[in-house]
Design a protein around this ligand. Structure first.
Ligand code: F6P
Length: 547
């Protein structure tokens, strides 16, 4: 079986949505609230300790019905069952997409290529558990007999962004080990990390699904060279472990086969933190917390698989995103977590979303004639309020924004938390209502501002409001709720890709730059600039002359 190849714009549902959009485009969200003050009761979903309020959107019940009609006519139900059951839905790479199997229960039977993958998944999980315990407890030691104090994750893209985001997010649950991340091929990055390390007490986790990625191999070689300045070749076995599908290349690098944590080609890089790619998460917070992260994702998987579409948080968020992207012409979405712990969530979701859905060819092999992949960006609140919120409030662009907040703070500092959360609620309220001319004028009158000055200032101080937001309010930031949150966005991405009729699980677009970089590197090494466009030749010659 394969995902169907329906062009969404050819469906009856799409045409109905277009007509509906034409009819309601001038209606504001403020008006929708005035028309119905019980609106929030219709547009909120509660699941586990998550609350989604999506009432502050430019939607009516008719909008939702039409969006659901679109999901149904595109065959979303069938697509979800193909996704979870290991069908080859990543057709251009001829692979199943089974990151969800990594968080399934041990009793599950999920097949890739006719083979149940669960026994292998649990074998690797048990290996992660044992290894994490040995490192954290100090039982496993470095080459001079000292316990490990530092962990360095060497990887890039999906082999870095997931672990670095989760370790940062779960800092509160961290143990004594200090975790570092080296990703960029920029030598200054690796050197800044190296200078903090003691080779005797540092464990290096090389993470590369392919073990061919230039950045990761270069950084690993540099680190190995530095390590061998104080240790011997045979000490590598104690200090270097690898996570990869490419066992041959890992062994060539000199890593002891016992220290290889396998993964599988049915796990996409940007969805791989649930596999052994998450080893540094397990080392940083302990296996039990890591397992809770997986468990939270599992629970979201169950919700996504079984809830009716109108009760299904990932489906509803994906449909709203399609509504704004394809009918309102919104190009980007902002993501504002009101917790500093989630400062790496936006970069993580940038890869997950944009590498997945940044496609312009449909599953039928033809160029699409509509917009796909949204641009994702964001920073934690309240910092972001003092940085780019001006544009969201008063700029010319429509930027649907997700606000993610927690009811309980982790350190229990109620004073800070109440201030943080009052900003959280105030922002979505301000984005909805804005400030009318009459309100601004009333403020001027109260302040006694002279009429000529007030007349000049008035248009600048008016906020139109009518800015769409979703509010996701979660009880507490725990490994489990983080797992559910990440899985929620993974499934949102999947639903969008299904509707947009694209292949979400390949990434051919990143290949060309890699190929060109390799041939330009040869030219730099041999100092011979070959045939390029005049701009690239000019830049290369300037670089070589001044280097
Ligand atoms: O940049 C493309 C990409 O293939 C990502 O999809 C992936 O996460 C990253 O490179 C790293 O790849 P690897 O884990 O094979 O080193």
């Amino acid at each position: 079986m394969a995902l169907n190849t329906t062009n969404p714009t050819g469906t009856e549902a799409w045409k109905n949505l277009q007509n509906h959009y034409n009819a309601i485009r001038e209606t504001t969200i403020q008006e929708l609230f005035q028309q119905d003050d019980t609106r929030v009761e219709k547009f909120n979903l509660q699941w586990n300790d998550f609350l989604l309020d999506y009432s502050k959107n430019n939607i009516s019940q008719n909008t939702i019905s039409l969006l659901l009609e679109l999901a149904n006519s595109i065959g979303l139900k069938d697509a979800i069952s193909q996704y979870f059951s290991g069908e080859i839905i990543n057709k251009t790479e001829n692979r199943a997409v089974l990151h969800t199997a990594l968080r399934a229960k041990e009793s599950a039977v999920i097949k890739a290529d006719g083979q149940n993958v669960i026994p292998e998944v649990y074998e690797v999980k048990n290996k992660i558990k044992k290894f994490s315990h040995e490192v954290i407890s100090g039982e496993r030691k470095g080459y001079t007999g000292k316990a490990f104090t530092d962990i360095v994750n060497i990887g890039i893209g999906g082999s870095d962004l997931g672990p670095v985001m989760a370790v940062e997010a779960l800092q509160f649950y961290k143990n004594h080990l200090t975790t570092h991340f080296v990703s960029n091929v920029d030598g200054d990055h690796v050197n800044e990390i190296i200078k903090k390390l003691n080779p005797e007490t540092t464990l290096f986790v090389i993470v590369s699904k392919t073990f061919t990625t230039q950045e990761t191999l270069t950084n690993s070689e540099t680190i190995k060279e530095w390590f061998l300045k104080s240790a011997n070749q045979e000490d590598i076995a104690k200090h270097f472990v690898a996570v990869s599908t490419n066992i041959e290349k890992v062994t060539e690098f000199g890593i002891n086969p016992d220290n290889i944590f396998p993964m599988w080609d049915w796990v996409g890089g940007r969805f791989s933190l649930w596999s052994a790619v998450g080893l540094s998460i397990s080392l940083a917070v302990g296996f039990d917390n890591y397992d809770e992260l997986l468990n939270g994702a599992y629970e979201m998987d169950e919700h996504f698989k079984s809830a009716e579409f109108d009760q299904n948080i990932p489906v509803v968020l994906a449909l709203l995103s399609v509504w704004y992207n394809n009918f309102f012409g919104a190009e980007s979405e902002a993501l504002i977590p009101y917790t500093q712990y989630l400062q790496k969530l936006a970069p993580y979701l940038q890869q997950a979303t944009m590498e997945s859905n940044g496609k312009s060819v449909g599953r039928d092999g033809k160029p699409v004639n509509y917009q796909t992949g949204t641009i994702i960006w964001g920073e934690p609140g309240t910092n972001s309020q003092h940085a780019f919120f001006q544009l969201i409030h008063q700029g010319t662009k429509i930027i649907p924004t997700d606000f993610i907040g927690y009811i309980k703070p982790l350190y229990g500092n109620e004073d800070h938390h109440d201030k943080l959360m009052s900003n959280f609620f105030a922002q979505t309220e301000a984005l909805l209502h804005g400030k009318t001319e009459a309100q601004v004028q009333a403020e001027f009158d109260k302040q006694g501002i002279p009429a000529d000055k007030a007349a000049f200032l008035l248009p600048f101080k008016v906020f139109t409001g009518n800015k769409p937001t979703n509010t996701i309010l979660i009880q507490k930031l725990t490994p489990k709720s983080l797992g559910s949150l990440i899985a929620l966005y993974e499934h949102k991405i999947f639903v969008q890709g299904v509707i947009w009729n694209i292949f979400s699980f390949d990434q051919w677009g990143v290949e060309l730059g890699k190929q060109l970089a390799n041939s330009i590197l040869d030219e730099i090494n041999t100092k011979t600039v070959k045939n390029h466009d005049s701009s690239t030749s000019f830049l290369l010659n300037h670089f070589l002359k001044n280097k």
